[in-house]
Ligand binder design. Sequence first.
Ligand code: PRP
Length: 181
Amino acid sequence: MTQNVEKVLISQEELAKITEKLGKQITEDYKDSKKPIICIVILKGSLLFAADLIRHIDLPLELEFMKVSSYGAGTKNSGEIKIHLDLMREHLEKYNLIIIEDIVDSGRTLARLTQLLKNRNANSVKTCTLLDKPSRREVDFVPDYCGRTIPDEFVIGYGLDYDEKYRNLPYVGVLKPEVYS
Ligand code: PRP
């Protein structure tokens, strides 16, 4: 598997520091809030990041999962989000929601998902992403918490896939172009 990795972009040690820093920042920001947190893990890519991140959030929190995909620009449904697995919760006004993502690319998924959850009257909705590729942005979206801004390279590992593989690499790596071209 590692023979297809061009280079390690973020090592295991760096990932541990990033998740600790983000977890502490979230703890600090929400420590005085009267309402509990629901962390919404967006499947599948953010599973590993979320598992490490929540262990550094020293506050009462609940965990939920969603699976969504956005329609790209130019398609019939452009501007919408497809929900494959929805949040099985009501009374979101009682909660602060934190959406956990592995990567922001065009920004469409998180822009639409944030709006959708705000429309369901959540007390607050914030986003936390491990990686951000601002150079790929197609819509106006800035994550509230971001682990690392990265260049436009094909990243895999620590939850991120190519053709559903490489998610189990313990680091974030760059895939050799010859694998996908
Ligand atoms: C990835 C990622 C985000 C989305 C980001 O999910 O996890 O959800 O794409 O792209 P955007 O900013 O252009 O909307 P993907 O559809 O690859 O699913 P996966 O997490 O199951 O691999």
